[in-house]
Ligand binder design. Structure first.
Ligand SMILES: [Zn+2]
Length: 87
C-alpha cells in the first residue's frame, strides 16, 4: 500500500480512536500514537480529517501547529529547534 493511502487509512482509524504508531510512519497529527495523553478531542480529529481529505492545506496545517504547540513542551527537554530559526 502506498504511503498516502496508508496515511488516509490511519487518519480514519485515528478519528475512531485508534492511536497506533506504525513503524516507518510519521506520528499522528496530535502525537497520540506515541503519547495518548495528547489525543485531540474527537471533534478536532473529525475536523482535521475533513480538512485533510478536502485538501485544505492551510487549514489543516494550522490545526497541526496547534497540536504541535500543545505537545511541544512535553516532547522536548529544554531546547526547541525550529527549522529556519537561529541556532
Ligand atoms: Zn508516534
Amino acid at each position: 500500500m502506498g504511503y498516502k493511502k496508508r496515511r488516509k487509512r490511519r487518519l480514519r482509524l485515528w478519528v475512531d480512536g485508534t492511536f497506533i504508531h506504525f513503524p516507518g510512519d510519521d506520528c499522528l497529527p496530535d502525537f497520540s500514537c506515541c503519547r495518548p495523553e495528547f489525543a485531540a478531542p474527537k471533534e478536532e480529529r473529525e475536523l482535521f480529517v475533513k480538512l485533510y481529505f478536502a485538501g485544505k492545506h492551510k487549514e489543516y496545517e494550522r490545526m497541526m501547529m496547534m497540536f504541535l504547540g500543545r505537545a511541544m513542551p512535553f516532547l522536548t527537554n529544554k531546547k526547541v529547534y525550529i527549522a529556519g530559526g537561529k541556532p
